[in-house]
Design a protein around this ligand. Structure first.
Ligand code: UDP
Ligand code: MG
Length: 341
């Protein structure tokens, strides 16, 4: 039998930091990571998710100053999951620590995850002791976990967050599934039983605004409920079919005079409305399922300081080098002859 692979303290760590318009945070998070974890064999991979506020320039300055700092920059904003997926895909140490750029998870807390991971786990998730986020977010997360785990029986690490330590080979396998929305939390338990959670401290966001809106979270939750858990879709379909059958029965009874026309009409109306409503929901679910099927690419990279597959680059080395700057607006200079062609 092969020896158990080493824990992150011995084997080394890639710290993946997704960033979308985090210009006020990148210097601070970089300094914190290096101060708290700099004694480990470390690389930092900032993933610039199409920021428009100069975040990439700030990251480049950090990379110039410290050879452990690397970056991957997208061609546009592809969203939180694409951002961390790129970091996981191209991490080069055996373990990945996922850290948000806004320092809501103190880097020092990673030591707890590292200690526990050393006991033979493939993934260790931080659980916020005392979450410092608005009430609506806290209630939303509680409802999400209740519906997913209790009602739909989707296996999730309980109350787990994105602050996590994962074996790079496991994280890469999940990214390589190329699920439209990777549902990282829900996919880990489908690949390994060696995962656990650890309580960690949490801070309020100090600088900048949250980039993850409630609408996005709701859409993400529904996507998970209908694509990983099948119960909801099945329930909606069965209800629609049942309501349609009852509506037909009422129609027949009303036609044969066995049901008073007024009562029959009202019952029929309610049932038809129910059937249509549930059918509409079913269609919506099917659309969500279709959208979450495997996709050829989750993101495109404009530039990076780590080697990136050619297929993940929007422009290959042979293409004319595009820059971040938008082309200058020039008046048309074509002659009338050229204008006809
Ligand atoms: N983020 C990203 N792309 C996005 C949205 C967010 O890379 O489209 C990053 C963001 O910069 C931060 C992390 O994902 O580092 C978590 O986002 P945020 O703090 O806004 O989420 P919240 O803590 O409010 O859930
Ligand atoms: Mg945050």
């Amino acid at each position: 039998m092969s020896a158990e692979p080493a824990g992150p303290a011995e084997a080394g760590l890639s710290v993946v930091i997704p960033c979308y318009n985090e210009i006020d945070n990148v210097d601070h998070v970089c300094a914190e990571v290096l101060a708290e974890l700099g004694h480990l064999d470390l690389e930092l991979i900032f993933v610039d998710d199409g920021s428009s506020d100069g975040t990439l320039d700030a990251i480049k300055r950090l990379a110039m100053a410290d050879s452990r700092v690397h970056y991957i920059s997208f061609t546009r904003n592809f969203g939180f999951e694409a951002a961390f997926s790129a970091g996981y895909r191209y991490a080069r140490r055996p373990w990945i620590l996922h850290l948000d750029a806004d320092q809501q998870f103190p880097a020092a807390e990673a030591r707890r995850l590292i200690e526990v991971a050393g006991h033979g786990y493939d993934a260790v998730f931080g659980v916020r002791n005392d979450r410092k986020d608005p009430l609506a977010r806290r209630l939303g997360t509680a409802a999400f976990h209740f519906v997913a785990a209790r009602m739909l029986r989707i296996e999730l690490p309980k109350d787990a967050t994105a602050f996590r330590l994962v074996r790079t080979s496991l994280a890469r396998k999940i990214v390589d599934l190329r699920l439209g929305t990777p549902y990282f939390l829900a996919t880990v338990p489908r690949l390994t039983s060696r995962y656990t959670t650890v309580p960690v401290e949490h801070r309020a966001r100090l600088r900048g605004e949250s980039k993850v809106g409630l609408r996005w979270l709701a859409g993400h939750a529904i996507g998970l409920f209908v694509s990983v858990g099948r119960r909801l879709t099945t329930l909606a379909s069965v209800t629609a079919l049942g309501a349609s059958a009852l509506a037909l029965l009422f129609a027949l009874l009303a036609a044969t005079g066995l049901l008073a026309p007024a009562a029959g009409g009202a019952a029929l109306f309610v049932l038809v409305a129910t059937a249509l409503g549930v059918l509409g929901l079913t269609v919506r679910f099917l659309v969500v399922i279709a959208a979450s099927q495997a996709r050829p690419r989750l993101f495109y990279v404009r530039e990076a300081t780590v080697p990136v597959d050619a297929a993940d680059l929007l422009f290959g080395p042979a293409d004319p080098a595009p820059t971040n700057d938008l082309p200058e607006q020039r008046p048309a200079t074509r002659s009338p002859e050229q204008a006809r062609t």
